[in-house]
Design a protein around this ligand. Sequence first.
Ligand code: DPP
Ligand code: ZN
Length: 884
Amino acid sequence: PTEIFRADYLQPANWVKSVSMSFDIYDGKTIVKSNLVVVANEQSKHDSRDLVLDGDGSSVVLKGVEIEGRELKEGIDYTLTPSQLIIHSTSFPNPQSFTLSTTVETVPEDNTQLSGFYKSGPMYCTQCEAEGFRRITYYPDRPDNMATFTEVKITADEEKYPILLSNGNLVSSEKKEGGRHEAVWEDPFPKPSYLFAVVVGDLGSIQDSYVTTSGRKVKLEIFSEKENVGKLDYAMESLKNSMKWDEDKFGLEYDLDIYNVVAVNDFNMGAMENKGLNVFNTAYVLADQKTATDGDFERVEGVIGHEYFHNWTGNRVTCRDWFQLTLKEGLTVFRDQSFSGDMGSNDVTRIENVKGLRGRQFAEDAGPMSHPIRPESYVAIDNFYTATVYSKGAEVIRMYDTILGKAGFRKGMDLYFERHDGSAATCDDFRSAMADANNADLDQFSRWYTQKGTPTVKYSSSLDADTFTLNLSQHTATAPENQPFHIPVEFGVIDSETGEQLVESHVLHFKEKTQSFTFKLSSTPKGSAVPSVMRGFSAPVKLVSEASPATQKSDLLTLAAYDTDGFNRWEAGQKLYTDAIFAELHGDELNLDGVYQAFEQTLTSSKISDDSIRAYGLMLPSESGLAEEMETIDPIGLHQARTAIKKKLARKFETGIAELYARLTQEMAGAEFEVNAKAIGKRRLRNTALDYVCANKDSDEEIVASARTAHKHYFDANCMTDQVAAMSILSNVHGVTEAEALRDEVLEKFYNAAEGDALVLNKWFTIQATSSKPDVLADVVKLTTHPEFTMSNPNRCRSLVGAFTANSAAFHAEDGSGYKFIGEKITVLDAMNPQIASRMVGCLIGFRRYDEGRAEKMKAELNKIRDIDGLSPDTKEIVDKALS
Ligand code: DPP
Ligand code: ZN
């Protein structure tokens, strides 16, 4: 495997301009024929005019190559390697333009990588992003080659496979001999090969329609296996909402007559935006009251939106090369986050997104896989579908919006489409459109694309009469060579006594290593003037105050009580909790007055009208987020310290929490189940209260009592959200027989009620894998032999093995047993599905962040993996980076 560099990009010597294809599907063999209309690319700087086609010889077997009726000969007319078919220019009849035809055979039934054309249960489907199309046929499998797929003909057995789908519009369908039938599809929009899709199966569906602003009627259809058709309504609703939202916010309409979505059980990613034929992992499209949690509903809405929004940001304007991946992904994540915020609550969505960024992207940026949102090189591009490219990429887009304002951002988007619609663009093109549309200087802003690592912003402030000074400095510990970033800092000042705004919120442009800003206060403060910095989390940085601990604490209390910015109000509470957890961890003297004050305020304040905000305000920061604040991560100490603080809060506020729980239980009793921000907020708050009610336990009696509460919560539940909340609590029970009996009863009940539903069973596996029981690894090992467990389904594999790696205290057990377990699983997985294996190996690569004992054991597993015979390039790339 070779490393590919961004700087080496060259246009190809030839373009494929249009394509017609046929898929002849038989059990155990599919014949794919392709006719490619090739034209010379005059702009190419390649010396050779040869036509280079990608093809994965482990997946396709070449049966014939022709140019306009003439059979080509290997060695003379073409060269075949394990990864390419090179047509010598000497064989071109007319170097300007000709048609090349190939025939290959492939066996989708044997394709366990789930890239290319494969079988998922009883259906066939494709996954082509990033480089799956070369596992279907020989083709210039690069995103800058945009071609019109004029005809895709699919032929298969009619009874077994009544549904035959591809991109675009259906041209014809007819019966054939021998019980077979055929469908022909045409996609009028030129597209790169990664957006190609075929789906074949015996599927059920729901249908609806949408009329765009300009009056185009679009037929919407969502397909799934027949038993799941009842779980598609929420996705359909979300799809229509997405279509409307993109028209309202960006003036972007859908462009085909059909929009199809298919749910597939075996899928590496979340979903795929193939033109007119989205393919979805079932986990991101199926949802109903009985089987989906509120988190699942939110994800369905978000991912349906995401894939729909790709139709413009990704499909109409695509990426010139894979280094530009964040051009479509960062932008589209930003769009789906904005959509989710508008559908529910912007503050809630913001909090959730930042939690996600801190838990995953910050960790990535602090480890060996740290890369700029636009990487400079890769071996396997599939390894760069990362939190950095996606989530940090979305933060970078959000900064344009913050710097230019909503109207300015929209002007930039309009210009971007005006310039690049129908073509393959770069991140620089996007930045230029934003700059030119607004006459803005975004040169320094380009560093967000070239420099890696999470910057730290430190601040201090002073007051001299009515002049307030804010001093800022920036640096990146993991990349000290970084030049200063253009950081938008949303900022305001608050009076600690009155809560009044002494400086109205506005954006500062922080561009130097150190910089000071001065402001006149609008009135004389009655208390102290407290800065609120980085409101709304206006940049993806770590923010550190340089004030004395006492000032910091009182500032945080002011912000937690008064900040007009919802994010920073929440953030202030989180910082107080964080300080308390670290004080507990380090054995420092514990003064919890501030924490208690913030918690009580959150619990009781009548100013908080959103139950989700109250719930998030009561929750302690996650272990993964906290870990990023530590030089050397102590996973077990962290878990214990966090648990201890939680228990203290539960004890201190026992009455208040119990009252809250009882009040909400009463309010919600008998209410109809709904999925909207309000109903979700209520459930979220009640389940947060339940968590505290059940945290309050030391004696056996208390443990039994809390298990009873959770047990009752489970059996009274009218939805999956509440069941999961109760079962998660119960899954931690150990050592008290009576409580264990309640735990086992619920686990068994849950399993039986699932009746084999794959997504529900995934939850059953995950909850057990993330238990805080001391013997959780033994449970997990046993579950790997459960008849419902399989490594070959990515969702199932992640639900048990992946979930266990997120159970930090257990995974990082001092004896290395967690590492050994994962090492063995990766070995099995790599031979089957390299994309999933290389993702899984991510849990070992951060070994430098741990103590020597752990680091050595993690490294030992990595070394073993590196020595695997035939290790995939995907996994090898990650392991090599980690060990170098
Ligand atoms: N392009 C997909 C998505 O992010 C990932 N395969 O939607
Ligand atoms: Zn995407």
